[in-house]
Ligand binder design. Structure first.
Ligand SMILES: Cc1cc2nc3c(=O)[nH]c(=O)nc-3n(C[C@H](O)[C@H](O)[C@H](O)COP(=O)(O)OP(=O)(O)OC[C@H]3O[C@@H](n4cnc5c(N)ncnc54)[C@H](O)[C@@H]3O)c2cc1C
Length: 358
C-alpha cells in the first residue's frame, strides 16, 4: 500500500511514523522543510488532563501516554521532561500579593504572584517541538518512509472522480492508494480539491531567550499600565533556553509557508511583556523571534478521518493549541484507520470531517 502525506508538521510526521511501523510505503511531501510551521515554533507544552470534559479528552490522554513511551523507545533526545506547571498573576498597576498562594521561582518579578499549581510532573510535560517533529520524521524514514521536498498543488482522481489516485506535486502525479491532507492551516487549499470544511490559521508570536531558569512551565495573567490583559506562556527548556509566547498577530495566512514573519513591533512588545513577569528573562539575549499559525476549525475540534464521498482521501488537521500534544495519538489512529478501516485506540467520531462541510 502506498500512502502520500501532504505536510511535514507534527501531524504529518506522526502519521508517517505510525504507518511506517505497519510496513506501509509512505511519502511525505513538505514544501518548506520539516517543522517549519507551528510544529517547530510552538510551546511544546503537554498536559494529560487539560482537555478533560471535552471531546478531545481520550485523544489527549492517549497522546500524553504515547509521548512518554516514544521518549523511552525511540532513543532520540527532543527535550522531553515532566514538569511542574504554575499559574502566575502579574500586574504593573496594582498589588497582586493577595493572590500569592505558593512561593515564586526566584527569577520572577517581585510583582508576580504564584496563585496555584496547574500541573505536576504526573500530569504536565514539555518537549522541544522542532526536535520532536524531526525525530518522528527521522524514525519514519528509518522505517522506510520517503521525504519529498515539493509543493502539493492538487489531487489526481479516478475517471468517476470519487476516488483519489494520487497527489499532484510540482506538476507531476505521485500515484498513491491513499492521500492524507496534513498541511496545518494550509489545509484550507485542499477545500478546492476535496469536499472538506475549512481550516483557518490563527497567528501567534514567540521568542526564544538565551536563559536557563528553574524548569517550571508558567501560565501567566499579566495586566499592564494601559489596562491590557495578556496571557504569556513561559517554557524553560533543558537546552538552556526559554520559550515565551502569548501575543497574537493579525496578518492573513500567506499562501507560501516560507513567507510567515513576525509583525512590526510584535517581538519588542512580547519582550516587554516578558520583562514585567521576569526582568532577568526579559533582559536576556533573544536567540529567535518568530511567528506561526495554528490550524483551527469552526467548532474548535480537529478534523481527523476519511474525506466524505472520496475513497482514498483522508485529512488530519485543525489541532489548534494542542497539536504537539495530540500529534502522536492522531498518527496512531490515522494509521489504524488507513490500514484497517477503523481507528481502535481512539474513537475518531467527534472529529469526523463530514461535520464541517459547508
Ligand atoms: C504560538 C503557538 C504556541 C503553541 N503551543 C503549543 C503547545 O504548547 N502545545 C501544543 O500541544 N500545541 C501548541 N501549539 C499548537 C501546535 O503548534 C499546532 O497545533 C501544530 O503544530 C499543528 O501541526 P500541523 O502538522 O497540523 O501543522 P504545521 O506545523 O503548520 O505543518 C503543516 C506543514 O504543511 C506544509 N505545507 C503547507 N502547504 C503545503 C503544500 N502545498 N505542499 C506541501 N507542504 C505544505 C507547511 O510547510 C508545514 O510544514 C501552539 C501553536 C502556536 C501558534
Amino acid at each position: 500500500m502506498k500512502v502520500t502525506i501532504c505536510g511535514g508538521g507534527v501531524i504529518g510526521a506522526s502519521i508517517a511514523y505510525f504507518l511506517s511501523r505497519r510496513g506501509v510505503e509512505v511519502s511525505v511531501v513538505e514544501r518548506t522543510g520539516v517543522a517549519n510551521g507551528a510544529s517547530g515554533k510552538s510551546g511544546g507544552f503537554l498536559a494529560l488532563d487539560w482537555c478533560d470534559g471535552s471531546d478531545l479528552a481520550p485523544l489527549a490522554r492517549r497522546s500524553f501516554e504515547l509521548h512518554g513511551t516514544l521518549a523511552e523507545s525511540l532513543g532520540r533526545d527532543w527535550g522531553y521532561r515532566r514538569v511542574e506547571t504554575l499559574g502566575v498573576v502579574a500586574s504593573t498597576r496594582r498589588d497582586v500579593s493577595g493572590y500569592r498562594k505558593l512561593p515564586s521561582p526566584d527569577w520572577l518579578a517581585d510583582e508576580a504572584a504564584v496563585h496555584g499549581r496547574l500541573g505536576t510532573p504526573a500530569s504536565t510535560a514539555q518537549i522541544d517541538p522542532a526536535a520532536f517533529t524531526n525525530a518522528m520524521m527521522s524514525a519514519a524514514i528509518d522505517g522506510g518512509a520517503t521525504l519529498i521536498e515539493g509543493c502539493v498543488e492538487g489531487m489526481a482522481f479516478s475517471p468517476g472522480g470519487n476516488e483519489v489516485t494520487g497527489a499532484i506535486v510540482d506538476g507531476a502525479t505521485l500515484w498513491s492508494d491513499a492521500v492524507v491532507i496534513a498541511m496545518g492551516p494550509w489545509s484550507m487549499l485542499a477545500c478546492q480539491w476535496l469536499p472538506l470544511g475549512p481550516t483557518h490559521g490563527l497567528k501567534g508570536h514567540s521568542l526564544v531567550f538565551d536563559y536557563a531558569p528553574s524548569p517550571e512551565s508558567l501560565f501567566v495573567e499579566l495586566e499592564t499600565d494601559d489596562g491590557e490583559i495578556s496571557s504569556p506562556e513561559i517554557n524553560p527548556r533543558p537546552d538552556g533556553t526559554t520559550y515565551v509566547c502569548g501575543l497574537s498577530g493579525h496578518d492573513a495566512l500567506p499562501m507560501d509557508p516560507a513567507d510567515v514573519v513576525p509583525e512590526a513591533g510584535a517581538s519588542e512588545k512580547l519582550r516587554r511583556m516578558t520583562s514585567h513577569v521576569s526582568p532577568e528573562l526579559g533582559a536576556s539575549r533573544v536567540l529567535t523571534a518568530q511567528s506561526c499559525y495554528r490550524p483551527v476549525t469552526a467548532d474548535g475540534l480537529p478534523q481527523i478521518g476519511a474525506v466524505p464521498g472520496v475513497a482514498g482521501a483522508y485529512v488530519a488537521t485543525g489541532h489548534s493549541v494542542w497539536g504537539m500534544l495530540n500529534g502522536p495519538a492522531t498518527g496512531e489512529a490515522m494509521a489504524e484507520l488507513i490500514t484497517e478501516g477503523a481507528a481502535k485506540t481512539v474513537n475518531l467520531a467527534p472529529f469526523d470531517p463530514a461535520r464541517l462541510r459547508l
